[in-house]
Design a protein around this ligand. Structure first.
Ligand code: NAD
Length: 377
């Protein structure tokens, strides 16, 4: 009997629905080769939900996510909703509450520059020749963004702003385990980022990561101060495998890595919460390493190209592959998708964002790119 997985599909705004359609096609084709099937539950989110239901994250959408094995998210936002009060806007009104509701504490952002797409990177060819593949694992629910006290007060007649960086050992342990586990299916190297020369948080971070590393003797661990990491990632991105970072540092470094990689249209991301449990997971093997998660492209709704059918669907498709790997335990199926993406790039297919006039390349639109990947899965 085939195993059915329930996926909440929140396509959102702008290019979201365009690229989501391609990701669904790829998932359906992948399922056809395995004893699995997907029940997609389409729900409103973001601007589309504001227009359709008056709020960026309607109750029905949240309920559908709760019933699902994972969430596949498109992107939200656009000029139409920018004049709303900040908390009602699509991103703040939908994405942040979703992260909070599901306790999504681990943000995984692969920064992959394909060997034939190094021209899309602003870094010079001599540094990134042959491409690179770095995974940033960022702690998402702790640290200075959430610590208390937080706020403003008056001191000696002038305003003072206060943010507090707080990490518990258990928070560091669980994010470190995600990073070490991810490194186990990659190049077995973790670089942990901190500021242990200045911050108490850095000292606790470093000693905790070292303790967790003992559970993973096959993984090589080294440490970098965040300022040095910012430099080394540009100087030699190929030297990194998994980068493990606290919330603030990961926020900055993962954007730096996205920029170095080239096009936002190629970059997937995952936000993982509690360990997965429930009927969908019994057949999936090692449930210890599976998490409930929200999977989305690193880019936004790209209003500048929305509706033209030219967006790159690869970020959304690779997000779907991450969903299979991290929430459903279908690592082989995920690898099939990733290989199919590499194959179409090797074959010279390019959406506009990654296109340059060169021998052997062909400009394709969103649907053509999706079809080509489906064909190769
Ligand atoms: P953006 O990522 O939407 O676009 C930045 C640039 O990258 C644009 O030129 C766009 O065309 C290009 N781009 C992004 N994805 C692409 C793809 N798949 N194919 C080809 N080109 C692609 O960022 P922005 O312009 O700063 O924001 C636009 C809207 O998206 C805003 O409303 C913002 O709030 C929202 N946003 C949403 C999310 C999210 O849903 N998680 C994330 C970032 C921004």
């Amino acid at each position: 009997m085939s195993q059915e997985y329930r996926i909440a599909v929140l396509a959102g705004d702008g290019i979201g629905p365009e690229v989501m359609a391609e990701a669904r096609k790829v998932l359906e084709k992948t399922a056809a080769g395995e004893a699995i099937s997907f029940a997609f539950d389409d729900q409103l989110v973001g601007g589309a939900a504001i227009d359709g239901a008056g709020i960026a994250l309607p109750k029905e959408t949240l309920a559908a996510c709760e019933k699902s094995d994972a969430i596949l998210f498109g992107s939200v936002g656009g000029p139409k909703w920018e004049s709303l009060p900040p908390n009602e806007q699509p991103e703040r009104g939908a994405l942040l509450p979703l992260r909070k509701h599901f306790g999504l504490f681990a943000n995984l952002r692969p920064s992959v520059c394909f060997p034939s797409l190094t021209h899309a990177s602003p870094v010079k060819e001599s540094i990134i020749e042959g491409g690179f593949d770095v995974l940033c694992v960022r702690e998402l629910t702790g640290g200075i963004y959430f610590g208390s006290p937080k706020g403003r007060e008056e001191r000696d007649g002038e305003p003072v702003a206060i943010d507090t960086m707080v990490y518990r050992r258990s928070e560091i342990e669980r994010i470190a385990r995600v990073a070490f586990t991810a490194a186990g299916s990659r190049d077995h190297r973790v670089t942990s980022i901190d500021k242990a020369n200045v911050l108490e948080n850095g000292l606790l971070w470093r000693e905790t990561v070292e303790a967790v590393a003992k559970e993973f003797p096959e993984i090589e661990l080294n440490h970098l101060y965040v300022d040095n990491a910012a430099m080394q990632l540009i100087r030699n991105p190929k030297g990194f495998d998994v980068v493990l970072a606290p919330n603030l540092f990961g926020d900055i470094l993962s954007d730096e890595m996205a920029m170095i990689a080239g096009s936002l249209g190629m970059l997937a991301s995952a936000s993982l919460g509690q360990r997965a449990a429930g009927p969908g997971f019994d057949a999936a093997g090692d449930a210890e390493e599976l998490y409930f998660g929200l999977y989305e492209p690193s880019g936004g709704s790209a209003p500048d190209i929305a509706g033209q059918g030219i967006a790159n669907p690869i970020a959304q498709i690779l997000s779907a592959a991450m969903l299979l790997r991290h929430s459903l335990g279908l690592g082989e199926a995920a690898t099939r998708i990733e290989k199919a993406v590499r194959a179409v790039i090797d074959d010279g297919l390019r959406t506009s964002d990654i296109f340059t006039e060169a021998e052997g390349t062909r400009r394709v639109n969103t649907v053509e790119m999706g079809d080509a990947i489906v064909e190769r899965v």
